[in-house]
Ligand binder design. Structure first.
Ligand code: ADP
Length: 248
């Protein structure tokens, strides 16, 4: 069973609310967290993954507070943060070995597991090159590879397509889509096309609050429009986005 519950999560930075009473339940499948820059997406993901303590509220996995679950929660969680200090001097493979050790993957399973995630993101050929020589798309793929080490049930990906060209966006989107199955995947973006075709549910967030959520079809019906882009424009149209036009 997969059940991630966010119960009335709040967070302030110096008295300025970044999250204000966020409640949501996720089961298996891909969830797209969609909202303009500054909406609170990264803050929420950092709280879900335990990288940041909420000011208030609880995160529960299958009914238990994740703070109580501790290491058991961390071992079922894979996280690709947005601005990761990637180790430029490390090879992709060495970085993955380091992350696998942090995740407590046993030594005898490590080699096979690293090969599995490398081939999943199609990075086998570049695995022994220094990360410093990677393109933006290759860096994102290595970040996704480390997030799926150990086959976690819950995968959190913060803007996994940030900085990628449209072709790479499509490739990453397909890889993420193929991951789903029995997993819970939460993926943030401010680019509608990243999630429109792959997410079972879209969670729309602005100014630290969930404005609405539902499947693309439900949302389109509710707002009387034919696509998620129109929902986004109705809700957030006046806000600035810096996403590249994605016409694929
Ligand atoms: P998003 O990921 O949707 O772009 P963030 O979660 O990064 O949004 O930010 C939500 C709000 O919190 C923004 O107003 C942002 O400026 C603020 N914020 C985020 N991180 C910090 C921080 N470390 N210190 C102060 N303010 C922050």
């Amino acid at each position: 069973m997969n059940r991630l519950e966010l119960c009335d999560i709040s967070k302030k930075y110096k008295n300025k609310p970044a999250l204000d009473g966020v409640s949501l339940t996720l089961d298996t499948g891909i969830y797209g967290l969609l909202g303009p820059n500054g909406a609170g997406k990264s803050t929420l993901m950092n709280i879900i993954t335990g990288s940041l303590r909420p000011g208030g509220g609880t995160v529960k996995w299958n009914g238990e507070d994740v703070r109580t679950l501790g290491a058991a929660y961390r071992s079922l969680l894979g996280y690709a943060p947005q601005r990761q200090g990637l180790y430029d001097a490390f090879s992709g493979r060495r970085f993955l070995a380091y992350m696998a050790a942090l995740k407590g993957i046993p030594k005898k399973e490590m080699g096979g597991e690293i090969d599995r995630v490398l081939s999943y993101v199609n990075m086998g050929a570049a695995a022994d090159r220094a990360i410093g020589t990677y393109s933006g798309g290759m860096r994102q793929r290595i970040l996704i590879a480390q997030a799926i080490l150990g086959d976690p049930k819950l995968i959190v990906l913060d803007e996994p397509t940030a900085g990628l060209d449209p072709k790479e966006r499509v490739r990453i989107r397909r890889r993420i889509s193929a991951l789903a199955g029995d997993k819970t995947i939460l993926l943030s973006t401010h680019v509608v096309s990243d999630i429109e075709s792959i997410a079972k549910e879209i969670v729309l967030i602005r100014a630290g609050r969930i404005v609405d959520h539902g499947s693309v079809e439900e949302l389109c019906r509710r707002y009387g429009v034919s696509g998620l882009e129109d929902v986004y424009m109705q809700l957030f149209g006046e806000e600035e986005t810096d996403g590249p036009a994605d016409t694929l």
